[in-house]
Ligand binder design. Structure first.
Ligand code: SF4
Length: 704
């Protein structure tokens, strides 16, 4: 008998940072179909292939159903007692910094909020980091240096309004498909709009581009230094804007001119034709509505923060920040990387975009929480955290909703760390991952279709995720599990939330607490939402205050920034190439997303339709290198580095530069692969943001 839809729920897609609205149709506690939510401004009813297959990935198969200790099923009380008792003992014996949380851009803002509050305000350590460190922390650090706050100035409407769109280090066609499609429609409607892709390889995104500049891997900051230099030489600066709203311009320009004094020098650094560089620079110089859309190709670098600032410098020098169609625009990878940042989900920041290096901020958060033991200094960032675990400095780690044994660089080191860690707690909805295999305590968590809360997308838009299925087995919500442990640690009163709406209200109150417009993140106008209003909350862009109750599309259009002086900062950028240079015989390995898979495939591998696009790991190789190595498309190829090996199927392609390779991040030993590609990536990080260099790793290649 044919299933008939019984109910439908509006929620948000759990995959990428576009944050599309989804209408989920449910029958008999099963998700039977999804469609785009026509009322959601992020997607206006559209979904990409991954989003439209959500109902094929939401079944109960493979779920972690019961708490376990050392692989044995136990009661929730036993599991929670074990976690709380061990944390309490270690904190007592070795201090608060002996324990840590490692969170995920997949969890909800409310989950993030309670974990961050417990660790930073009540345990007294800032060891709360997240897999979002791998995704956008360089963009965060760049924005904070330039604007004095982690603020994305732009909104998706800018894709419709720009006359020049420069996509840097972004394969939006695959990684942010709904934004790419929006841009394609805008270009179709206005063919004069110019689209440029800056990327070492030719990707599907280039199908839309008027020009593709295949720059040398990692050379982006040289190009933007060269652009700043060109703007000054060609009378294309906004002198009034610089004089009224900026500081640091002279030093930034001097550095740019020293490094990239002319087009020829810039072109040589970047491995580009001077004519292509000139075309780009001329267009940027004369196009008021220029939008620079940047993503992981910029962020995942040992100089990612500098690259972000090199881009922002050019926008500040032309006064193009937060104006219609004119901004630097960082696009996040995960659905709630931004929401995590809002509540302090990075080890180097406090809740509500407050900072450790500001005593007033520390005191504000401590007072608001009535925190008995407020952390006073930043904690360990992701890569440093797992190194500290291996050294024995951190003795217990609680991993929530992520798979670091596959996704962190030098994953062999991560596995060693977890194997010898005194207590590894993993909360997850999936039973078998490389990380759950290393857990002492497994806690079954609810997943997308069962959870209630909020997420924030790349344009600062807060949207509701609404649960519509009953959780299987004994799964509980992440926020509830953290609160249960907090109560066992003696902090029950401060964690007595009954509903995610209670957490959201507190989060919103904190954002306005002693704020008075001194911080960017403020949603205090949402602090009094009733549960019904929270349930019905329509997507809205922060800040949401008494003076902007409908939210805020763009930031900084008035030229006021959140630095001490109120002026934006241009930074002198000493552009540099990747930290690990290739030796003779090495290839530069670039890693990234495949179109229809997500992260380590725990969800997307369940959909035959998604596997149809590509069902095995592959390695893209240039025609020249393939010929020299006698490799043909379809051959098995081995990549090796750091004593690790990854095997994939060769794809010989003109899209790849000689000397460079590309491999997708998704496949690992659990999904038809030999090895995980991030095992080949050294744990080299950006000194400012701590983000690993996942895009340019030297590897050896051998045909099999
Ligand atoms: Fe989901 Fe991103 Fe696709 Fe939108 S673009 S449907 S958020 S995966």
């Amino acid at each position: 008998m044919k299933n008939k839809p019984e109910s439908s729920t509006l929620t948000t897609c759990p995959y990428c940072g576009v944050g599309c609205g989804v209408e989920a149709r449910v029958s008999d506690n099963r998700l039977i179909a999804v469609s785009g939510d026509a009322s959601h401004p992020a997607n206006n009813g559209r979904l990409c292939v991954k989003g439209s297959a959500l109902h094929e990935t939401a079944g109960p198969e493979g779920r972690l159903l019961y708490p376990q200790i050392q692989g044995q099923r136990v009661s929730w009380d036993s599991a929670l007692d074990k976690v709380a008792d061990t944390f309490a003992r270690l904190i007592d014996q070795h201090g608060p910094d002996s324990v840590a949380f490692y969170l995920s851009g997949q969890i909800l803002t409310e989950d993030y909020y309670v974990a961050n509050k417990l660790m930073k305000g009540f345990i007294g350590s800032a060891n709360v980091d997240t897999n979002s460190r791998l995704c956008m922390s360089s963009a965060v650090a760049g924005q904070k240096r330039a604007f004095g706050s982690d603020t994305v100035p732009a909104c998706y409407d800018d894709l419709d309004e720009a006359d020049l769109v420069i996509l840097v280090g972004s394969n939006a066609a695959w990684a942010h498909p709904i934004l790419y499609q929006r841009l394609a429609r805008a270009k179709q409607a206005r063919p004069d709009m110019q689209v440029v892709v800056l990327d070492p390889r030719r990707t599907a995104t280039c199908d839309l581009a008027d020009r593709h500049l295949a720059l040398k891997p990692g050379s982006d900051a040289f190009l933007f230094n060269g652009l700043l230099s060109y703007l000054a030489q060609n009378d294309a600066l906004d002198d009034d804007y610089i004089a009224q709203h900026c500081e640091g311009f002279d030093a930034a320009l001097t550095q740019a001119q020293q490094q990239c004094p002319d087009l020829m020098t810039t072109a040589a650094y970047c491995g580009l034709e001077p004519a292509d560089v000139q075309w780009l620079f001329e267009h940027f110089a004369r196009t008021e509505r220029s939008l620079t859309f940047y993503s992981q190709g910029i962020n995942q670098s040992s100089s990612g923060t500098d690259k972000a600032n090199a881009i922002i410098n050019c926008h500040l020098a032309t006064g193009r920040v937060g104006k219609p169609g004119a901004s630097p625009f960082s696009i996040t990878g995960q659905p709630n990387a931004m929401g995590g940042r809002e509540v302090g989900g990075l080890a180097n920041q406090l809740a509500a975009h407050m900072e450790f290096d500001n005593p007033t901020h520390l005191e504000t958060v401590a007072d608001f929480w009535q925190a008995p033991k407020m952390a006073q200094a930043p904690g360990l960032k992701a890569v440093d955290l797992f190194q500290a675990i291996e050294r024995g400095d951190v003795k217990a780690v609680w991993i929530i909703g992520t798979n670091p044994a596959v996704s962190l660089p030098d994953s062999a080191q991560v596995r060693r760390a977890l194997q010898q860690c005194e207590l590894v707690v993993v909360s997850d909805c999936v039973e078998q991952t490389d990380t759950t295999a290393l857990a002492d305590v497994l806690l079954p968590a609810t997943t997308w279709a069962e959870k209630n809360g909020t997420v924030t997308n790349s344009e600062r838009r807060i949207s509701r995720q609404r649960g519509f299925l009953q959780a299987p087995g004994e799964a509980r919500h992440d926020w509830q599990i953290v609160c249960d442990v907090a109560a066992r640690l003696g902090f029950g009163d401060a964690f007595a939330y009954r509903h995610p709406a209670d957490i959201f209200q507190e989060h919103a109150r904190l954002s306005g607490y002693r704020n008075q417009g001194s911080r960017d993140f403020d949603i205090s106008a949402l602090a009094d939402l009733t549960r019904n209003q929270y349930d019905a909350l329509a997507p809205i862009q922060w800040p949401v205050t008494d003076t902007s109750p409908e939210g805020t599309a763009r930031m900084f259009a008035d030229g006021h920034f959140f630095t001490a002086s109120g002026r934006a900062r241009l930074l002198p950028i000493d552009a540099r190439m990747p930290a690990n240079p290739c030796r003779d015989g090495d290839f530069v390995l670039n890693t990234g997303r495949s179109r229809d898979q997500w992260h380590t495939m725990t969800r997307t591998a369940r959909s035959p339709r998604l596997l149809d696009h590509c069902d095995e790991p592959y390695i893209e190789i240039s025609e020249r290198d393939a010929q020299q190595q006698r490799i043909h498309s379809g051959d098995l190829v081995s990549l090796s580095a750091l004593n690790a090996e990854y095997i994939g199927r060769a794809r010989v392609t003109p899209n790849q530069q000689p000397g460079s390779l590309f491999a997708p991040i998704h496949w690992n030993d659990r999904y038809a692969s030999h090895g995980a590609v991030d095992a080949l990536v050294a744990a080299v990080t950006d000194p400012v943001s701590g983000q690993p260099e996942l895009k340019q790793s030297p590897v050896r290649m051998q045909g099999l």
